[in-house]
Structure formats: C-alpha cells, structure tokens
Design a protein around this ligand. Sequence first.
Ligand code: ADP
Length: 605
Amino acid sequence: MLLAIAATASWAAYLWSERNGYERLDDTAARQLDLYAALLENELGKQAYLPALIELDHDIEGLFAAPSRAGARDAANRKLAKVAVSSGALATFVTDDTGLVLAASDWYWPDSMVGKNVSKRPYFVDAMNGNEASLFAPNLERGASEYCFARPVTRGRRIVAVIVACSGLEPMEATWSASAFRADSEKPLVVDENGVVIISSVPEWKFRTMSPLAGRDRDRLMQSGLYPKRAGEPLGIKLERELPHGARLVSLRRTPDEPAGSKVVHERPVARFGWRLLILSDADEVWRSARYAAWGAGALTAAAGLLLAYMLQRRRVIAQKLATRAALQRANDELERKVEERTAQLQTTNVELLHEVAERRHAEDVLRQAQEKLVQAGKLALLGQMSAGISHEIGQPLTALRALSENARLLLERGLTNDVAENLASISDVAERMGRINAQLKSFARKAPGEHSRVSVSHAIANACLLLQARLKSEDVHVQVDASDALMAHCDGIRLEQVLVNLMVNAIDAMSAQADKRLSVAAQASNDRIVVRVTDNGPGIPAALRERLFEPFFTTKPVGEGLGLGLVISANIVVEFGGALRAVEAQQGAAFEFEVPQAQGEMHV
Ligand code: ADP
C-alpha cells in the first residue's frame, strides 16, 4: 500500500518535474534563439550593404569605364581590399558580365580571385537575372562555405558587371562556440532552405541534412556545388515525440564528436535568409532532475508514510494500553467490590457466629445447670426412696441404743460393772454403725464432684487391697491384680478407691460360704479410657436379681450386714467420672466392670 502510494507520488513528481524541465528549456531556448538570430542577422546584414556601397566608389566606376586598363584595375583592387579589411568581409570582388573577376580584395594572394570566372556560381546567375542575390556559396579552395551578396551593375538597360561581397561563417561559429550564452548541453544549429546544416558548433554535423532525403533530391543537392562535403548525408536524428510549445524530442545517433542521446529541439525561422535556427538541448538534464524529483518525492512520501504508520501504530498501542489499563481498573474495581461484599458477608457471618457461639455457650450453661439440677434431683429422688430405708436403718440402732443404755443404767444400779462395760461396747458398735451409714449418705449427697487429677490405677487397686488386707487375710481370699503401673486415670483417686473397695467387699461377701476364694482386679486401656473389671468365683448373681442391683437399699445380705447402698453409690461415682458401672457376664461367679477416662498425654493401648 505504502509502496503503491510512494510509487504514485514518485511518478507524479517525475511527470511534474519533466514538464517543468521542458518549460524551463522552452524559456531558455526561446531567449537563446532570439539572441542567436539577432547575432546572425546582424553579422550577415553588415555585409549586405557592401555591394551597393562599392558600386558608388569612383575607383570602381573607373574600372567599369575602362575594365582593361591596368591602372583602373589596380585602383579597384586596392579599394576592394580596403573595404574588405574595414568591413570584416571575407572577400569582395567585381566581375564583368561574363563572370570574369576583374578586381578582387585578395588580389595580392597567389591564388587570388582575379582572373577567375564565377559565371557558374548561383549568386552570379541570380545577379545576371537582375536580382540582388544573397546566397550561400562554397569556397572550394578553402574547403569552407561563404555567404555572398551579389549586386548587378546596370548601365542603361544592360547589366555590365556584378559586385560580390562574401562573408565567412566560421568566425560566427567561433563566436557562438565561445559565447557565454551557450551552455555545454545546448547546441545551436543553422539549417538553410535546403535542409542542410550550415552553421554548427559540432564540426561533424556541418553540411549534413537534418532528415534523410530521397535519392533524387540528394543527388541534386550534391551536384549543386554549393556545399563542400557530405551534403545530403542525414544527421541521424530520429523524432521521438512532439513536445508542447512546438518543441520536439529527438534521439541522436552517436557521432565521433557527440555521444548518442536524446535532445530537445527548439527552432525559429531566420526570415531574412529563409533559414532555420535550431537549438538542441540535452534532454538528460530534464530527466535527471525529474529522476531526482521522483526519488525525492518517493523518499519523502515513503518517509511521511512510515511516520504516519508509526504514529498510527503508536496511537493504536496507546489506545490498547489505555484499554488494558481501563480493563484492569474495571477488574480491580470489580475485585474490590467483591472483596467488600465478601468482607461484609463475612462480617455478618462473623457476627452471626459470635451470636451462635454465645447462644451455644448459653445453651451449654443452661444444659449443664439442667444436668446438675437433674443429677441433684435424681439424688434427691433417691434420697426420697432411701428415706424409708434410712428411717429403718437409723430407727433400729436407735431402738438398740435406747435398750442398751437402759440396760446399762439398770446394770449400774445393780453394780454389775462388767456387764455395763459390755453394754457400753455394744453401744459403741451401734454408734459406729450409725456413723458409717451417715458417712455413706453424706458422700452420696455431696453435690460438687471431687477434684480430678492424674491417678495411678494400680496404685488405687493396691490401696483398696491394703484397706481390705485384714479381711482378705482372715477369710483367706486369693487376690490377683492385673494392672500396669503406667495406667493413669483422670479422676478423684479417693472415690476410685471407694468404688474398688465396694466391689471387692461385695465379692468377698459373696464368696464367704466357699473354701476356694479367688478375687481378680484387672485394668486395661481401651482408646482414651481405662476399663477396670472386678471378678470373683462366688455364686454369681441370679438373673432375677440383676435388674435390681442398682436400686438403693437392695440387698440380699442379712439385716445388719448389708445396706444396699454400695452399688448405687459406686455407680453414681463412676457416672461422675464420665463412665458407667455394670454387671457383666462371667464364666464363674460375678463380674463388675466400669470405665474411667485416661489422663491426657498418657495414652496406652
Ligand atoms: P449390700 O452389700 O449392702 O447388700 P450392695 O448394693 O453393695 O449392698 O449390694 C446389693 C446386693 O447385690 C447384695 O446384697 C448382693 O445380693 C448382690 N451382690 C453384690 N455383689 C455381689 C457379688 N459379687 N456376688 C453376688 N451377689 C452380689
């Protein structure tokens, strides 16, 4: 695209510059043609008046009067020489009516015109016909051409003589060649009425025709004797095309003096002589500047095009950058909006979560309080159930105490101090029993759970065994403990021992009637808990009794031995630990099992 525009601009500049060049050439050529024509007319016109002037001279008159007198001839010769010198004419001479030269300006030269006959010369023939001739004439002796003006001299009606003044064209050619008006690239030519070049700054071109002649015309021209050499040979000019304002573009064949090339021909007539004045200018000049203009215009257009393309590209890039920035800004805005939205949502969610957490906490508090209340209510309910048993349990020792103290008083009155002592010992037993019942009830009713800490299970088992040591020994019970020292529970150690003691006492009680008594206490970790199992080889628990085991005051033991609170209290303690106490199937005898949580950081599998 850019190339096409540059090529078009280049072509337009070429045409424009070419046209301008031709116009410039037209101007220059017109001026120079005028100048050369003026020079030519002036130079030749100077000689035109000479024959008439010579006719008036009395020495010449004297010659006419006595042509054969030597003195008259001599005087005429001298006068003609003088005139020639002062006028710059090449030659002046006078002939008689036969063409014989009577006197001549070059009379002193060996090959003078004097005595020669010029009757064949066209200007003589013309003059003898009564005309004032001005004709081109060869000077075969000099190998040059001259222009001659001939004037008939009449006496009466008869032509008696012809006066001729000839002028050479070479000086003018030399003047033209040296003329400051002539540029190197311009060649002035003068072509006569026969189409023959008679004046030229290029010697090679002289006496040649501008265009080829037909054979007959050429022969006639060569035989005319007017031209010294090559007359009729064409110059080898070929018309290329007509230019505006009458100019022509021609191509010139190469000659020894002149390289081949294209020339622009301008011409004008030189009316006085019937000649044509031509100027051949170098067309290469015009084309060279046209080429420069074309290159310049092409380069300028290309540069402007490139600049424009660069600007457009730059604009496009800037527009793209702006668009990208705008898109980024939009994306950023959108992101910020989304972030704000999301933040607002998160804040709302956060507030809701805080609310929820607070509500949960509140619910947990309420639940815990409710649980505590429930536990307490359960305990109170148990106490309600227990109250009948308690009144029975307490009532009985109270009655015994009353009876024993009454007995003691009676025995004291009788002075039976030994019996009193026995009675007091019984009172002490009963009081101790009541104290035990009281202690157990207090423990059961305690509202707050005990302090939980890291407790060694094997240690708790050993303690329980120690507490029961006397009984175990007296009743010959074989105890087997299976618990790793590493097992650590998270609970209240005293209460764990209490549970173990209760279960072991029940086992010892159950095995009281048999000889082989075996009691086993085993503990092992399971997940985050420790499972403790107390097993005996006693009679076991009848299925019918299983459901009632954890009822308060349910006992199968004789009155005074069992309270029916041991399992209930133990189950309650285990629940506080977060586990459960249950009777499990055993191959022989009875087995009770419960869980306590394992202390954190000491997990054992
Ligand atoms: P108490 O020991 O005062 O009777 P408990 O609540 O400790 O009260 O026990 C309730 C009853 O459960 C016992 O009377 C007994 O019948 C039964 N029992 C408990 N442990 C065993 C056991 N190891 N073997 C057989 N029966 C048992």
